[in-house]
Design a protein around this ligand. Sequence first.
Ligand code: ATP
Length: 340
Amino acid sequence: MKIRLDTVVKTFDTFRAVHGVSLEIESGELVALLGPSGSGKTTILRMVAGLEYADGGKIYFGDEDATDIPVRDRGVGFVFQHYALFPHMTVAENIAFGMKVSKVKRSKAEIAARVADLLRLVKLDGLGERFPGQISGGQRQRVALARALAVDPKVLLLDEPFGALDANVRRDLRRWLREIHEELAITTLFVTHDQEEALDLADRVVILKDGKIVQQGTPEEVCREPNSPFVMGFLGDTNRLPANVSGGRAVVGNAALPAPGVADGKAEIFVRPSDLDWTEHGDGVPAKILRVIDRPDGRRLLAATDQGETLELDVAPEIQAKAGDEGFVTVRRGRIFAAG
Ligand code: ATP
């Protein structure tokens, strides 16, 4: 089921939380709404669910105007970070709950068969008789997903479903969710403030700031071509280097980078730590190493430039460097934005 938001607005008292958001989610697509706290992600999701009414604009499910359809008639399944399971019901009873209260009448045998299928799908076979208090947090969120899927939703809405779990469990669960999505191909809207989660999981990422979409695209597009310093900084660690652009070249320290099409004058180059390197002799930005942090996949250097900026560089493990060393930071590539 395709979903379309057309200039959707939401105001709480006098505060406008969502400013005319237009967005299309293709049938079977998994779209992540990504943004910092307060950017309006949850409010958008709640409007798609029908838990919150849009006070401007329209929401379409397929060709149908769903703006005023009540939540129970929208055919949406949702999983929220704090959408707790019923603690006094077993896992199987939790999964069966929606089917029992649904308008679609199913026999006991049908429900039991469906619960067994769903337990297999979410890889929890054998745990149906446990209570939520007797399984792990990651397993509980898988039960919550099975419960949401039980009524065959046309749309799946997930709001930070793995937010409360530790990093390794989160990583496993998003791989698992991606596999389930590939199998079921349900149109899915996933809210997260975690850029790694969004990039790992989604077909398309929609980046929000202050209730507005600032960029959307495939993970590859937003990573390669962030359209603003905000998006670049939100997607990952970023260094800012002042530069002077002249004749299509940006001068940084005693080196220059190609800057085709950039107007002459002051600019800022935004560079990922992995696109900076360290050399003792050569062209670059003169700097002194403040600290070396060893990591499993390389070393991060913190280096102070003679302009007083601290840069973060991710370099190969074999690069010899220690605090106090003087040398040059070289820039492999960066994005140039006018100084603001
Ligand atoms: P988070 O990641 O922290 O959940 P978010 O991007 O999901 O943030 P929303 O929860 O959509 O953001 O909130 C957007 C803005 O609207 C926030 O400034 C929030 O304080 C405000 N807001 C949300 N719900 C209400 C409400 N019921 N009444 C008043 N203001 C609200």
